[in-house]
Design a protein around this ligand. Structure first.
Ligand code: PBG
Length: 325
């Protein structure tokens, strides 16, 4: 008579496993982050992110179309400028690389996907910080808010459907919302990087955008030790008018994804960042992991934790796998 309970019955065949699966990953839930570099006429490989490139404008257009054809839900663009200054002025310049890229991609794919822009200064500043620096070298929160307003308006004018403030300045969502509304851009949505942790896993991204940062972002990004603070950041962003909230990184913060998903009134995104990508790519390249299975397992885990939307460098490829079934 023993055992009385046999959970294995529901695992016996592929059909029964398919029937009882709680979580699914769909292409439409995946967002592809993409890098575009100024002044190049061919894509440049990123050594620490095998398979990911810094696009030129033409290859960005082609890759955007391919990702849309694969069924991804959105694209998130990052710019890599040739010149940087203390205020990140290339970010607001309509002829700056990110704004040109947004216009090019929107021209190419129109409303067939959701075009998003990283709304932050770090790619454009010569000191690599996400904000403007005060005389003493600290990051000046309130001066940065004004810069973010200009950045968001420039990106929305270039065609971004969604702006993604990722600098973790206090009040950034309210400031950007106000500026967009005043500029007659009330339809541009804000995907707030609400709980963004200071993480060693951003390493490869800093190569991808040729970051000029020396030092760290601990005075504005969250301490990995803290969970409650993430909920506070999310609540503030909701009160400030965020249309969706994001947790970043994803895999080391699945508990935070779950806690936020349990209380958020708006869609929850999680960003599977560069280091999460590269560690699996590196292990797979060594034959230590089965690449496709490992990738799909991580995407499933992020969805299971409660994310509605997953930003991942595998978005287009995973979308193709999912369609193949
Ligand atoms: C800041 C920004 C970063 C990432 C996205 N937006 C880097 C950082 O905070 O240092 C990281 C994304 C990744 O690692 O894939 N603009």
């Amino acid at each position: 008579m023993f055992p009385l309970h046999r959970p294995r019955r529901l695992r016996r065949t592929p059909a029964v496993r398919r029937l009882v699966a709680e979580t699914s990953v769909e292409p439409r839930q995946l967002v592809l982050p993409m890098f575009v570099k100024e002044g190049v006429s061919a894509p440049v490989p990123i050594a620490s992110m095998p398979g990911v490139v810094q696009h030129d404008l033409d290859s960005l257009r082609r890759a955007s179309v391919a990702a849309v054809e694969a069924g991804v839900g959105g694209l998130m663009l990052f710019g890599v400028p040739t010149t940087r200054d203390a205020t990140g002025s290339a970010g607001t310049d309509p002829a700056g690389i990110l704004n040109r890229a947004l216009a090019a991609v929107v021209e190419e794919v129109g409303d067939s996907t959701v075009v998003m822009s990283d709304c932050c200064l770090d790619e454009f500043t010569d000191h690599g910080h996400c904000g403007l620096l005060a005389e003493d070298g600290s990051v000046d929160n309130d001066a940065t808010l004004t810069a973010y307003q200009d950045l968001a308006v420039a990106q929305a004018r270039a065609g971004a459907h969604v702006v993604g403030p990722s600098g973790m300045m206090d009040g950034q969502v309210a400031a950007i919302r106000m500026a967009l509304d005043e500029a007659d851009l009330a339809d541009t949505a804000i995907l707030a990087y609400s709980a963004k942790y200071t993480s060693a896993f951003y390493g490869p991204f800093r190569d991808a955008v040729e970051s000029q940062l020396s030092g760290d972002r601990r005075t504005y990004q969250q301490d990995p030790a803290n969970g409650r603070e993430a909920l506070r950041e999310v609540m503030l962003d909701l009160a400030e008018g965020a249309d969706a909230v994001m947790i970043k990184p994803a895999m080391a913060y699945l508990d935070i994804v779950r806690q936020v998903a349990d209380v958020s009134e708006v869609p929850v995104a999680a960003y599977q960042i560069s280091g999460e990508y590269s560690m699996i790519e590196a292990a797979a390249a060594n034959g230590w992991l089965e690449r496709r299975a490992a990738v799909l397992e991580t995407l499933t885990s992020i969805r299971r934790a409660g994310a509605d939307i997953v930003l991942t460098y595998w978005a287009a490829e995973a979308a193709r796998w999912l369609r193949e079934g």
